[in-house]
Design a protein around this ligand. Structure first.
Ligand code: FE
Ligand code: FE
Length: 318
């Protein structure tokens, strides 16, 4: 007999990323190693070892021109970001204060490693030859390597590896890094859906994992601070530092470039998306780069406010 797959990890029943991250409550005890073994390899990932239905193929409109430029730059960036997350996050495993959180972070390391793999390998479907793959990832992501990825990596290593600061690492991951990137991932899934359904499935699968990372990370932070209220000021300080750092990074320009390229593709291949609605009542063909980006940024603010309140860190919003 096979065990039932929990709804939040089930391909067909899971909520969307933003909804799940804001409305669900999952703890490290809920999402320990045993949970993961049944819910993820035998649930979410079943039949999708590459992150998508193997029958889905990439259409010719994706293989050159603006859609190609937009998606290769986006996916290479995300592959590298996920790879760095894998390496950095592994430092949380040895300093996790109890078995449940140790097991949870071990599973998250594997999740991030898998995300790096599926984003990277999608470049193969987009026509990059396998022997050039590693170099292509570096090249496509190059504009944002030193300006975005390196400073985030440096700060994370400082907290998790050098200072061995468990709660600092949890907060850095769940609020600054994953919290800030989740809305961009949701936007990606929605906008690629009619154009590159394999990419949209990769996003959707990663989004299902992300619901778990965000909710459990928040639950760990919440409980940690309930047990150690004197750490709260220090954590708020860390969040402010992280937010300030995020503000100074050129991520807005990076996302804007992608949306402008996407728009060029849309102008050329609008017939392919028809009346597809990116969100209820709004056709993708009628949106602009600014509108899509503003919407993702608004989601980001809403999500941050709600999650910080849940963690008992509403003061960090001031
Ligand atoms: Fe990830
Ligand atoms: Fe994650």
């Amino acid at each position: 007999m096979t065990a039932a797959i929990p709804a939040e990890a089930d391909w067909d029943r899971a909520p969307g990323l933003l909804e799940g991250a804001m409305d669900l409550e999952l703890t490290a005890a809920d999402c320990n190693l045993r949970y993961w073994l049944q819910a993820v390899p035998q649930g979410t990932l079943r039949g999708r070892p590459d992150g998508h239905d193997p029958a889905l193929e990439v259409g010719p409109h994706m293989l050159r021109g603006p859609f190609f430029e937009a998606i290769t730059q986006e996916y290479a960036f995300r592959a590298l970001a996920e790879e760095k997350a894998t390496r950095v996050l592994s430092y949380l495993v040895p300093i996790a204060p109890d078995t449940d959180s140790m097991e949870f972070y071990a599973t998250q390391v594997l999740d991030e490693c898998r995300h790096a793999m599926v984003f990277r390998n999608h470049l193969l479907s987009l026509g990059i030859p396998r022997e050039r793959l590693a170099r292509a990832v570096e090249e496509f992501a190059a504009p944002h390597q030193d300006t975005v990825l390196a400073p985030l990596e440096r700060r994370s290593l400082e907290i998790m590896r050098d200072r061995r600061d468990f709660i600092g690492g949890v907060v850095m991951m769940t609020i600054i890094l994953e919290g800030a990137l989740a809305p961009a991932a949701e936007l990606s899934e929605r906008k690629w859906r009619p154009l590159d359904p394999a990419a949209a499935e990769i996003d959707k699968g990663a989004g299902i994992d992300e619901i778990r990372h965000l909710t459990v990370g928040a639950a760990i932070a919440r409980q940690y601070l309930l047990d150690r209220p004197r750490e709260k000021d220090r954590v708020i300080e860390l969040i402010h530092d992280g937010m300030r750092m995020w503000e100074e990074l050129p991520t807005h320009d990076m996302v804007h470039w992608r949306e402008v390229k996407f728009q060029e593709g849309l102008d050329r291949h609008g017939d392919l998306v028809g009346d597809y609605e990116i969100w209820p009542g709004r056709r993708l063909v009628d949106t602009t780069p600014e509108e899509r980006q503003d919407t993702a940024e608004r989601w980001s603010d809403e999500m941050k406010a709600k999650r910080l309140k849940y963690m008992g860190l509403a003061e960090a919003l001031a």
